[in-house]
Design a protein around this ligand. Structure first.
Ligand code: SF4
Ligand code: SF4
Length: 438
């Protein structure tokens, strides 16, 4: 019953790539873990959700964990977020749900880190939490599971709006709303020349412009000056990254020594991948295999490298190259053992923020219930892992908020998509459905 409700409601993993949640619920596991260990600098969406909607999140967890017969139900949260911990304790009451506290370091919210931190189990290389008896959901996903059980589909996304805006806040906005309209909820940018990072400075993406629509997985919008060092880093052309990497990398190996995946025991060695920059395509494979287990956390590029080089990007390119040759599957040892110095090499978030040059934007971003009424939304049919949903509406039709507009293609991995506002369908393409408010 719950599984079907979650499928109908279009629930996807809200904390990352958007894996369809109904697939995760088709299993049996020992642990149901809730990822509330938000670690991206300046992002506070999960904390605020836990502070404001703890009852719904805990109920969502209980129903979802019942569905997969998980008897261990545990939240992973940072100790600094006492408001969330207190609110959850009240909502948990005398039930068996427990809370595991993490320190304030990056990337505590990485799935491999979270599973190891709570269960002591290491996910096999390129594996899933399922392989060690766990399902992991972000707190917003559990809120959406709760909503689905009430017959309410996913129509809004929760997000932190921060950086160079008039009033940093966390709020919710209709899916498909244009980024510039969402920024206006926070008073708009305070600069005339700015760029926007979506969902995080470390693992998020630099938006091409502010006309993009927000999606089910948008967790935040961060406005930075267009000439900010981070923006310059993200806009450096790949050929320039390669050229300076080839000439300036002195193989000091700091990138590897601080790599969280390496410290967890996986064979990720970005300094070796950097060697591939000096080779022709023929000679790169040996070095690129050390990139296959990289999670793109960005520590090497944005924190560790003293030369300001781009080992993360080298890893991404190495992985892409190997996948293109059909060699993307990990062939090395499945044995993983945690590095003995792991704990002493953690990266504190405050230190990371200083390195990123964003301390000036360190705002609380409290939750504010705004009433966003966009004139138009452009809802993407693919906001999830898998194939795009199939539009079930035509231009000119009237739709109500919550109405199905995109269904899962028969037998495919995908998620349903719903209207986030009431109005008239203005356009339908294979990529998106545009609705104009009535
Ligand atoms: S930290 Fe920078 S200079 Fe040192 S090995 Fe890594 S990429 Fe090269
Ligand atoms: S991005 Fe860099 S630090 Fe992060 S996992 Fe990959 S190689 Fe390691």
């Amino acid at each position: 019953m719950l599984l079907d409700q979650v499928k109908q409601a279009g629930v996807v993993g809200a904390g990352g790539a958007g894996f369809p949640t109904h697939i995760k619920l088709q299993t049996q596991v020992e642990y149901y873990l809730v990822n509330g260990a938000e670690c991206e600098p300046l992002m506070h969406k999960d904390r605020e959700l836990m502070c404001r909607f703890s009852r719904e999140i805990v109920q969502g967890l209980q129903w979802a964990a019942d569905c997969v017969h998980a008897d261990k139900r545990i939240f992973g949260i940072k100790s600094k977020n006492q408001c969330a911990i207190e609110a959850l304790k009240t909502a948990i009451g005398t039930s068996s749900v427990s809370i595991h506290e993490f320190g304030d370091y990056y990337p505590a919210g990485d799935e491999y880190e979270l599973v190891y931190g709570i269960t002591g189990r290491l996910i096999p290389p390129q594996g899933l939490p399922l392989e060690v008896g766990a399902v992991v959901n972000n707190v917003e996903t559990l809120f959406n599971i709760y909503q689905a059980a009430q017959g309410r589909p996913v129509t809004d996304t929760f997000l932190t709006i921060t950086g160079a805006v008039k009033r940093s806040m966390t709020t919710r906005a209709p899916i498909g709303m244009q980024v510039r309209d969402v920024l206006a909820l926070a008073g708009g940018p305070t600069l005339s020349s700015y760029r926007i990072m979506e969902s995080g400075l470390m693992m998020g993406r630099l938006l091409p412009d502010d006309s993009q629509p927000v999606t089910k997985t948008t967790g935040g919008l961060i406005v930075l000056p267009a000439d900010h060092r981070l923006i310059q880093r993200y806009t450096t052309p790949p050929r320039v990254m390669d050229r300076i990497g080839h000439s300036a990398c002195d193989q000091c190996s700091y990138c590897t020594e601080l790599c969280p995946r390496y410290l967890l025991g996986y064979d990720v060695q970005p300094h070796l991948v950097m060697r591939s920059l000096g080779f022709t395509a023929m000679g790169t494979e040996l070095w690129n295999t050390h990139a296959l287990l990289c999670c793109q956390c960005g520590i090497c590029t944005l924190y560790a490298c003293p030369e300001g080089l781009y080992p993360r990007e080298a890893c991404l390119r190495g992985m892409t190259d190997l996948r293109g040759k059909g060699q993307g599957k990990w062939q090395g040892s499945k044995q993983v053992s945690v590095h003995s110095i792991k704990d002493s090499r953690r990266v504190p978030v405050k230190l990371l923020m200083r390195r990123l040059g964003v301390m000036d934007y360190d705002a609380h971003a409290e939750f504010v219930e705004t009433s966003a009424h966009p004139e138009q939304v452009r809802i993407l049919l693919k906001q999830h892992v898998g194939v795009a949903a199939e539009a079930v509406v035509k231009a000119g039709e009237k739709v109500e908020r919550g109405q199905l507009i995109g269904r899962i293609p028969e037998g495919k991995l995908a998620a349903a998509v719903h209207a986030s506002i009431s109005g008239i369908i203005a356009e339908v393409t294979t990529e998106a459905v545009t609705i104009r408010a009535k």
